[in-house]
Design a protein around this ligand. Structure first.
Ligand code: NAD
Length: 330
């Protein structure tokens, strides 16, 4: 009886690993989704729980062990100055409470948090040398990404030269505005082409076309929110970082808020959840980050994500009835 249960659990872990890798390939390589992100996250968390209970059965190719994107052929490879990570997820208030408790226990004091919209686009790294834009890349597998410099240059809000002679690798999210998505889909339907499934797929697909004219037609925009290796004068908090990005000419999202407590964070999440349909860009949650950069360094990273940040994910609004059906199909 016990042996049967053990075999079932092991088999389920294999099945979930294969299934999630299949969906990840569709999502990251083909820019397609067979299930909703919410459904993906449910299966991912089922695997995460089983792996926590049975760590010796974790497969090295498990999606929990690496940043998900796979590299497309046809692009040069770019090594990131520092790894580009994923984010761990929170789905409710208790998950956030646990995150805050962990951060503050490790830091040994209460902390301030920057809450930002989680933009549903494609993570990119922009390299500037002495203020000049020299290279842009996708996140890729976190260590190495695809060189999409020509495609990123089609984004009009991306400065080819900064206001200051700064060198560094800046991180952010390229996205398709909702209005562009609607207008492009109307045109595609009139021309008998299949509409894009969502702005995220349309943006990611556009930036990973070999011909930059295809990227240009997608009329993408960009929000920046991070920096790696920019020298000693870099900001000491996430709040200061946003001021600095503005000064040097990089666009970031003004919709953000500093919070001190779980209540404040929760209140902001509720506010953004109400607002999200009126925002001109798609979001799928709120990212909560420890504000102090020195504390961020102290907390460090797991194999996949920073310990100083978490993504609260909104519940998908589409029907979630297919989870059980898809669970056993691969
Ligand atoms: P993630 O989407 O959970 O979070 C990490 C990403 O958030 C970062 O790389 C960055 O690009 C982005 N981001 C947006 N705004 C940000 C901000 N203000 N600050 C920091 N980062 C910000 O993780 P992931 O590894 O990119 O993708 C995993 C997710 O992708 C899954 O949770 C699932 O929702 C989705 N997915 C869906 C399918 C599917 O078939 N539907 C398959 C694979 C993955």
């Amino acid at each position: 009886m016990v042996e049967t249960h053990t075999n079932d659990v092991k088999q389920r872990m294999h099945q979930l690993t294969d299934l999630l890798n299949h969906y990840a390939y569709q999502y990251y390589v083909l820019d397609q989704s067979e299930i909703t992100d919410y459904e993906y996250d449910q299966l991912y968390h089922e695997l995460l729980k089983l792996e926590a209970a049975h760590p010796s059965w974790i497969r090295s190719d498990s999606p929990t062990q690496r940043v998900g994107d796979q590299l497309l052929e046809g692009f040069s490879k770019v090594s990131h100055a520092e790894p580009m990570y994923s984010l761990s997820n929170a789905f409710n208030r208790a998950d956030l409470a646990a995150f805050i408790e962990r951060c503050e226990a490790l830091a040994g004091r209460s902390l301030t948090y920057m809450c930002e919209c989680k933009i549903d686009g494609l993570a990119v790294a922009l390299t500037y040398q002495d203020g000049k834009f020299i290279r842009g890349a996708t996140r890729g597998d976190g260590t190495v990404g695809e060189d999409i410099t020509s495609n990123l240059k089609t984004i009009k809000s991306l400065p080819l030269r900064l206001n200051e002679s700064v060198s560094g690798e800046f991180r952010g999210e390229a996205y398709m505005p909702k209005a562009v998505f609607q207008q492009l889909n109307e045109t595609r339907e009139q021309q008998g082409q299949a509409p894009f499934a969502n702005p995220r797929n349309a943006a990611a697909g556009g930036l990973r076309q070999v011909d930059p004219r295809a990227a240009s037609e997608r009329q993408l925009n960009i929000f920046m929110y991070g920096v790696a290796q920019a020298g000693s004068d870099t900001p000491t908090s996430q709040a200061q970082l946003f001021d600095w990005l503005k000064t040097i000419g990089l666009r970031s999202n003004p919709e953000r808020q500093l919070c001190q407590t779980l209540d404040e964070i929760w209140h902001y999440i509720e506010h953004i959840d109400e607002l999200r349909h009126s925002l001109p860009y798609e979001i799928d949650g709120v990212v909560i980050k420890v504000n102090d950069v020195a504390v961020q360094s102290e907390l460090g990273y797991t194999v996949k994500s920073p310990r100083w940040a978490i993504a609260y994910k909104f519940k998908a609004e589409v029907a979630e009835t297919t989870v059980r059906e898809v669970e056993w199909t691969v």
